[in-house]
Design a protein around this ligand. Structure first.
Ligand code: ADP
Ligand code: ASP
Ligand code: MG
Length: 406
């Protein structure tokens, strides 16, 4: 007998029929003698609907109230799934994050899980019940409802699997695993049977939204393997992807996948005097406004001046530009400019550690297609470049072919 944590995303619970199909799958696992804990997302589109609703009423509304609203989506699906299960003579009980309790910090809309009380869940499991837990939400020390950020139900599932010492954490979604790149953008993308947690961590942080980055961070920290599968395929031998420790990955390749991100914008301040402290003068006010900076490039000119380029989230672009214009005026900069039509594209693979020249191969492949690179950043197992957004799909296909991922 095993203890399994399963998570079903929005599309997987997007209609009454889908919820009944999920209940049948859960019951099959239960009938095989397993203990099953299920985490569900809100029905597809629901979190967007709630976001639009609260923006219509008051976009400046308090973060606490926003989380109160957003958490309701998952409360509906836990109730529905429990009802579907009991209707099939499979005893089940639903819990919100507050009821479990999934204790988080108080950073509304991006709360981090601090602790999970596994005792009540274990008691229910011992009584033969399936336990259905709301994803994406928790409660802070003062009893306020918090949410974990978009895609956060993945993190709830992995955190629960760790807390309950589960044998497996299964993430059911609308694709049958992790692919070399988003299969909705590049239909020739290849299925990956297994990859390292380190690789998934980089892919998720570079924009592959198949798993939320914090879920992978949790899995990496506590060494909890994750299996990604499709909730739409009932075949027992259906394909899946195991995300696990590097030494357990069957096939080693140089480049595992291509990730991309359209959520960033680029800002440049040119012609500021090149002296100690200039970076903090430029980026200090940006970080004081709680704006996160991703990539940074500084060029030194021959005339003792410097140009400084960095990227921020697109949502922060207007605010960051205003701040930069002000800094530019104070520092006597030649100009400040920006572009929010950029994209970041990255190649990821643990095999890069032992292969020199991967970056140049990437640059050549892009150059052959006439795609200009604006910024570059690298880590041990990743090379990222910023390009014009309009070339993103071409660049993704090009890199996919160049590194034989088709
Ligand atoms: P869920 O609602 O089940 O959490 P998501 O939409 O969050 O589902 O994640 C699944 C989606 O992730 C897929 O439909 C796919 O378009 C996208 N995706 C992005 N990159 C990849 C990748 N490398 N492999 C598989 N899917 C990916
Ligand atoms: N419902 C939330 C979202 O749409 C959480 C999740 O689906 O994981 O982001
Ligand atoms: Mg998701």
């Amino acid at each position: 007998m095993a203890l399994i944590v399963q998570k079903y995303g929005g599309t997987s619970v997007g209609s009454p029929e889908r919820i009944k199909a999920v209940a049948e799958r859960v019951k099959r696992w239960k009938d095989k003698g397993n203990d099953v804990v299920v985490v569900v997302s809100a029905m597809s589109g629901e979190t967007n609907r709630l976001t639009a609703l609260m923006n219509d009423v008051n976009p400046e509304g308090s973060c606490r109230e926003k989380d109160v609203i957003l958490a309701t989506g998952e409360q509906v699906t836990i109730g529905l799934l429990s009802m579907a299960l009991t209707g099939m003579d499979c005893p089940a009980i639903s819990y919100t994050g507050t009821q479990v309790k999934i204790l988080t910090d108080n950073a509304y809309s991006k709360a981090r899980i601090k602790e999970i009380d596994s005792n009540p869940i274990n008691e229910d499991l011992a009584e033969g019940k399936v336990v259905v837990v709301a994803g994406f939400q928790g409660v802070d020390d003062d009893g306020n409802i918090t949410t974990l950020g978009r895609g956060g139900s993945d993190t709830t599932a992995v955190a629960l699997a760790v807390a309950l010492e589960a044998d497996e954490c299964q993430i059911y979604t609308d694709v049958d695993g992790v692919y070399t790149t988003d299969p909705r953008v590049v239909p020739e993308a290849s299925h990956i049977p297994s990859l390292a947690l380190e690789e998934m961590l980089e892919m998720a942080s570079q924009g592959s939204k198949v798993l939320q980055i914090r879920a992978v961070e949790f899995a990496y920290k506590y060494n909890m393997p994750i299996r990604v599968l499709s909730s739409f395929d009932d075949d027992e031998n259906a394909k899946s992807t195991l995300v696990t420790r590097e030494e357990e990955v069957m096939e080693k390749v140089m480049v595992r996948g291509v990730a991309f991100n359209r959520d960033e914008a680029q800002l440049t301040i040119s012609g500021v005097s090149d002296q100690p402290g200039v970076a903090v003068k430029i980026l200090g006010p940006i970080s004081d406004a709680n704006i996160e900076v991703d990539m940074i490039v500084q060029n030194i000119g021959s005339d003792g001046s410097t140009d400084f380029t960095f990227t921020v989230h697109r949502n922060d672009y207007d605010q960051a530009k205003k701040i930069l214009n002000q800094t530019g005026a104070e520092l006597g900069a030649r100009s400040c400019s920006g572009d929010d039509r950029i994209a970041k594209i990255s190649i990821v693979g643990v095999g890069m550690r032992s292969h020199a020249g991967v970056a140049s191969e990437m640059f050549k492949a892009l150059a052959d297609e006439g795609i200009n690179i604006r910024m570059i950043s690298t880590s041990e197992i990743k090379v990222s470049v910023v390009i014009d957004e309009k070339y993103l799909e071409l660049a993704t296909r090009t890199l996919h072919d160049a590194f034989d991922m088709a």
